[in-house]
Design a protein around this ligand. Sequence first.
Ligand code: IPM
Ligand code: MG
Length: 370
Amino acid sequence: MTTYNLLLLPGDGIGVETIAEVERIVDFFNKSGTAKFATDTDLVGGAAYDKHGVAITDAAMAKAQNADAVIFGAVGGPKWADVPYAVRPEAGLLRLRKDLGLFANLRPAICYPALADASSLKRELVEGLDIMIVRELTGGVYFGEPKEIVTQENGEKRAIDTQIYTTSEIERIAKVAFDLARKRGNKVHSAEKHNVMRTGVLWKEVVTAVHKSYAPDVKLEHILADNCAMQLVRNPKQFDVIVTDNLFGDVLSDEAAMATGSLGMLPSASLGAADPKTGKRKALYEPVHGSAPDIAGKNLANPIATIASFGMALRYSFDMGAEADMLDKAIAGVLAAGLRTGDIMQPGMTKVGTAEMGGAILDELKKLAA
Ligand code: IPM
Ligand code: MG
């Protein structure tokens, strides 16, 4: 049996508690002989800054480069509000994305039937919702240079962020979106703002060309990003796959996530290009939610997004689709049984903590695996 190397980066806040629940599931797979995972752990974000003065060390980066998958918790918190910009907690995550070349960020927004009433949208709008947001993750305004604040001669400050996209960057993310759509509802919405941005003009042009040459069988619609935001709350079920740039993807994925009931539910996968020799991709899996410092360390956090992120690792990095399905089923089962963490609590349900939720999912998984 192949041994898969997992690097766990819990980071800050609730990342620590939610990754602990993933470890229990990894242990189960190891003990039951389903798979062989070797795990290593390191610091990222504020935790790394406190110990090493940087948001991630070169040694941790080297581990990430060598891992088959990185499972990431969350970074940031008010404790680090005043640290220098270059070593702020988020810089650790951004370095991982950039240095590992994780250009494709897959953010599914799925509404579990049991949670349809937890959404701020009406049940009929979100029941059965299943959207995949494909966010470009290593380009755009997140990384474009110049990126600076300069003091001008008159003493006034001037801040610059630069949005840059090249043809090849757009092509490769468009292909990821079309490939995914073929396995789903066969429809892609490409969101940009070509009415205002030159990068939007190129984005639209390149996606159109890729569609024509690579995926004419998939339905493609272009949509302005602001209209996309509006349509996501008006009628989210019209979407199947949404492909968009780094910044619009950041915003639209939070919006789509909330439509499903809770940000605490949603996983994500960040994938690099397939290695031409081995076919393997560098990969990082993380919950869409952040570090939630207000509830950290209190056994209040919802571990589902992090557990489901590990499920995505099973699917996309380890070709363990059956086990990934089983894990998803275990999560749905526990929700159907009425267990809820605080963020998704509803009248008549049973409120549980992080460890109890993780334990219940594990028990359900054991039953399904038996
Ligand atoms: C996300 C987060 C990050 C981002 C932050 C933590 C840098 O909001 O993954 O969506 O902006 O990409
Ligand atoms: Mg975000």
